[in-house]
Design a protein around this ligand. Structure first.
Ligand SMILES: [Zn+2]
Length: 148
């Protein structure tokens, strides 16, 4: 939540209700860096994100809406420069074909708020063989030790 500069009325770690909020409204609510990644599919520079080199135990949530996305046990040390996971919460993410920038990729979106999170590739480690390549700015992290 350290990203949160203004109160975000849509942020909840328990409410699973699908959100339908315009980008004009998100722009007023979200920090600038998060807005451009989450709502306009920008990509943060590699090796700059706070969760790239990070191995604490806990849960990852959507920084835009609080939806649960990943468990730290599915995170692995990747050399690509972004936080990488081999498995996502099935209730947390959705997928979309992305043919932008001359590449065929699978875009990963938050299932609750449709924000851009990153892309998924099939060159990850076992057991799934998947590599969810995520933007740190799109993620919120909570340590297990901080859970009530
Ligand atoms: Zn979300």
């Amino acid at each position: 939540m350290e990203n949160q500069t203004v109160k975000n009325p849509y942020y909840s770690r328990t409410d699973k209700t699908k959100l339908n909020v315009s980008n004009a409204e998100w722009k007023k609510i979200l920090p600038t860096d998060l807005y451009y990644v989450a709502r306009e599919a920008d990509t943060e520079r590699p090796f700059t994100g706070k969760y790239n080199d990070f191995d604490e135990i806990g849960e990852y949530y959507c920084a835009v809406c609080g939806n649960h996305l990943f468990r730290s046990s599915s995170k692995f040390a990747s050399t690509c420069g972004w936080p990488s996971f081999f498995e996502a919460d099935k209730e947390g993410v959705s997928y979309k074909r992305d043919s932008s920038h001359g590449m065929e990729r699978i875009e990963v979106l938050c299932k609750r708020c449709d924000s851009h999170l990153g892309h998924v590739f099939n060159d990850g480690p076992e057991p799934t063989g998947m590599r969810y390549c995520m933007n740190s700015v799109s993620l919120d992290f909570q340590r297990d030790s901080e859970k009530k």
